[in-house]
Ligand binder design. Sequence first.
Ligand code: CA
Length: 485
Amino acid sequence: MKRNQTMMQFFEWHIDADGTHWNRLRDAAPELKTNGITSIWIPPVTKALSVNDTGYGAYDLYDLGEFDQKGTVRTKYGTKQDLMDAISACHEQGLTVYVDLVMNHKAGADEKETFQVIEVAGNNRTKDISKPFDIEGWTKFTFPGRGEQYSSFKWNSEHFNGTDYDARANRGGVFRILGENKRWNEHVDHEFGNYDYLMFADIDYNHPQVREEMTSWGKWLATTLSCNGYRLDAIKHINHDFIKEFATQMVQERGEDFYMVGEFWNPDLSECQQFLDTIDYTMDLFDVSLHYKLQAASQAGKDFDLTTIFENTLIQSHPMNAVTFVDNHDSQPHEALESWVQDWFKQSAYALILLRQDGFPVVFYGDYYGIGGKEPQEGKRSAIDPLLYARYHKAYGEQQDYFDHPNTIGWVRLGIPEIVGSGCAVIMSNSDLGEKRMSLGDQHAGEVWIDCTHNRKDEITIEQDGFATFPVNGGSVSVWTNPKT
Ligand code: CA
C-alpha cells in the first residue's frame, strides 16, 4: 500500500548563511521521515554570486561548493561533500530529493565586455526606447576557479539576450542585446509585452549551444547527485519549447520516475493550464491559484465563502498535475511575491492541502521551523505535525465533501481496509463555533474519535448508522480520527 506523499521545501529566504544547512538537512532527515515527509525540495545547489545569496543569483552551475570562486569554496548552504552527505542521509530514510534549478539567468560574471544593445521600456519590453549603442556589460563567465573541470563551456554576450546594467555609463535599465538571431525568446509569459527578461544576464534559449549546454548540465547534475527530480525556477521567463525539450531529455536520461515540478508563477489559472498543454504535461506545476485563494481566505475572515475555496484552482481543474502549497520563500513577508497566508488560517490552509485526495502537497520550512529576516516568525510544528500524522496514517479512502455552509465546511475520508484505523473527518470554520453532521459509514460505528490537532478535547462516538456530529472552534480546524491504531 503506497502511503500519501508529502514534500517539504527545506529552506526559507533568511536561513543563516553559515554553511551548515546541508548538515541541518542531514540531521533532520530521520525525524522528517518519522513525521510523514516523503520528499525534500532543496534550494539551488550551485555557486551563486556571493556566499550570502540564496542561490537564485546563479554563477557557476558546475560548482556545487567545490571550487574557490566568489570568495569561497562552499555555498550559502555548505560544501559539495556536505550536500552529497545530506542527500545520502535522505535516501537512507527513503526520502526522495528534488533539486532547485535556476535556468533563466546568470549572475556575478567574471569579466565585463563591450557589446551593442537597445534599451527597452521596463513595462513593455517589445518597445525600444533608444537607438543601438555600446555598453559594458557583465556577461563574460570564465570560471577561473574551476577551469574546464566538468565542462569547458565559457559564457559571453552571445549566449545572453538581455542584461540590466551598463558599467560604462554606470546605470541600470533593461538592455536587449543585439546580434545575429538576437531577440527576446518567444513562448514566454506575456506580461510587459514579453517577459523573457527577469533579472541579471538573461540566458538566450534561441542559441543552440546554450540549449545543448544546459541540457547536458541537467543530466550531469542529476547523475552527480543521484537526485530524484527537479524543481524548475521561473519557467514563465524561459522559452516553453525548451522547457518541454529539457524535461523530456531528463526523463530519457534518468527514467520515468524522475519527478519535475515547475514554478510558473501566474495567478491567472488559464495561463497555467495553457502552459501545461504547451509542455505536454512533462512536469507538474505549483498551484499558484490555490495559494492566492488561501491568502484571500485568510485576509477576508468570515466574509470569505469557504465553499468556493477550490474554485478556479489548478487542483480542481488538473488534480493530477498540481503541487499544492500554502506559502514559500517568495511569498513570505518582504520577499518578491509577498502574499503571506495569515497566521490564524495557517493550520486550516494546511488541512486543505494535506488531507484531500488530490495534489502533491508541500510543507514550507518557514511555516514548520519559522522564518528569519526583518519580521521573524515562530515555526508552527505543533500545528502542522498532527496534520502530517493524519495525512500519513488516516487520510485514505473515498472523500465526501460537506461544502454546505459559507463559514463551516467539512469532508470525510472513509478509510481503507489495508491501513487499519484509517479514515478522518475534517471540519473548519472561519467564523464562530460550529458543528457538522457527517457520515463515515457503518464500518466505523461505535468507534470513539478524537481531534488529533487537540484544538477540541471532546470524544465523539460514531453512531450505528455511521454518522456523528463533529464540532469545531471558531476560526479553527479539527481533524477527527480514531486514536486506537
Ligand atoms: Ca528568460
